[in-house]
Design a protein around this ligand. Structure first.
Ligand SMILES: C[S@@+](CC[C@H](N)C(=O)[O-])C[C@H]1O[C@@H](n2cnc3c(N)ncnc32)[C@H](O)[C@@H]1O
Length: 340
């Protein structure tokens, strides 16, 4: 799944799964509780692991449900099959609603600010029409939870593609890009027949860590100060199916309650300690970049308190949301902690 997302490990997942498989065999159970796009969850599932995925935010949970749990097409009885469900999605009429008003280039935000150019007016109105229709179907019980997730997943992916942003939804571009002028389109659903038994949970690691009963945990926390809740507020609103107050010029949903301790220099070290303390599993793997909030020496000191640490490194091209820096090579690190 090509998806613009900070820290997306799609390109590193083969390496990560390769290193994990040297330690625990396929068939074992592993949790990915900060799953983001669920790229590592899916790669682990494809390699034969039973995966438990989770995230503090709602839209990664939608990704994980769709990518892990939809092993085959659900019945979509309301439509007569998944292809008909997709036809339905593609044909829903536009509505000039919340997205049109708050995030479209012809909108008039409730707080009196200038129109926010996250989307062309026509795409914003299509997103409104579709999200309202999906929400109504779910509320009336016409679709089940997995069908609901698949429809939302499709809408989130399609929305991300036509967003007028440079990488994140922290702000919009001043002019509508060529990409944003394209009409929103919906790709076919994808189903992955993976062998394991998977589950998807919702909530932050702080709440879930002590409940994870698995052979290993893979942690991929944020490593910069950029909060995912703020930077992906529009995707979160699609997943939560609500209409929050759109604050300031950027129209962010109130996100402070979902702020991650891993993003603050002052709290990131303790966030690692707390998670490691609560995880009662024999093996923990952690992805962390060399320029993370926690300096490598400090991180090693923390990890060493919990068991034997092995470090694996791989060079990769840094994700730049403004695309200005090219060929900026960094070292991605995968720490393995064999717990005491
Ligand atoms: C680096 S991204 C993960 C990327 C993912 N591995 C992928 O390939 O797409 C970090 C994720 O951690 C989540 N996150 C941040 N703080 C969290 C917390 N305290 N508990 C659970 N998830 C958290 C964010 O919402 C984000 O999706």
């Amino acid at each position: 799944m090509s998806f613009r997302y900070l820290g997306n490990k799609t390109k590193l997942s083969e390496w990560i799964v390769g290193e994990i498989s040297r330690v625990i065999p396929a068939g074992s159970s592993i949790a990915d509780p900060m799953c983001g796009t669920a790229s590592v969850s899916l790669a682990l599932a494809q390699a034969g692991y039973s995966v438990t995925a989770a995230d503090a935010l709602a839209f990664p949970v939608i990704h994980a449900r769709s990518r892990l749990l939809a092993k085959q097409a659900p019945a979509f009885k309301a439509f007569g099959g998944h292809n008909k469900a997709l036809d339905w999605l593609r044909s829903i009429p536009s509505i000039e609603g919340y997205f049109f008003r708050e995030f479209g280039d012809a909108g008039s935000p409730a707080n009196g600010r200038q129109p926010r150019l996250y989307f062309s007016a026509s795409n914003a109105a299509r997103i409104d029409g579709i999200r309202i229709s999906i929400r109504d179907l779910a509320r009336s019980g016409t679709i089940n939870k997995l069908e609901h997730s698949l429809l939302l997943h499709s809408l989130i992916r399609a929305t991300n593609k036509v967003a007028n942003i440079s990488g994140t939804f922290g702000y919009f571009l001043k002019e509508l890009s060529k990409n944003a002028q394209n009409p929103i389109t919906f790709e076919s659903f994808q189903f992955e027949q993976t062998p394991g038994s998977h589950s998807v949970l919702e909530g932050p690691i702080e709440k879930l860590a002590s409940t994870l009963c698995v052979d290993a945990v893979y942690l991929d926390p944020p490593y910069t100060k950029r909060q995912y809740a703020g930077n992906y507020h529009i995707l979160e609103t699609l997943a939560q199916e609500d209409e929050p107050i759109a604050v300031g010029d950027g129209g962010l949903r109130p996100w402070k309650e979902q702020a991650s301790d891993f993003c603050y220099r002052r709290s990131a070290g303790n966030a690692f300690r707390n998670a490691l303390k609560q995880l009662d599993v024999p093996h923990i793997f952690i992805s962390y970049s060399q320029d993370g909030q926690v300096h490598e020496d400090e991180l090693l000191a923390i990890l060493n308190d919990f068991g034997k640490v092995t470090l694996h490194e791989q060079s990769y091209k840094r994700y730049r949301s403004n695309n200005k820096v090219k060929d900026d090579i960094l070292l991605e690190r995968l720490y393995h902690i064999e717990k005491k």
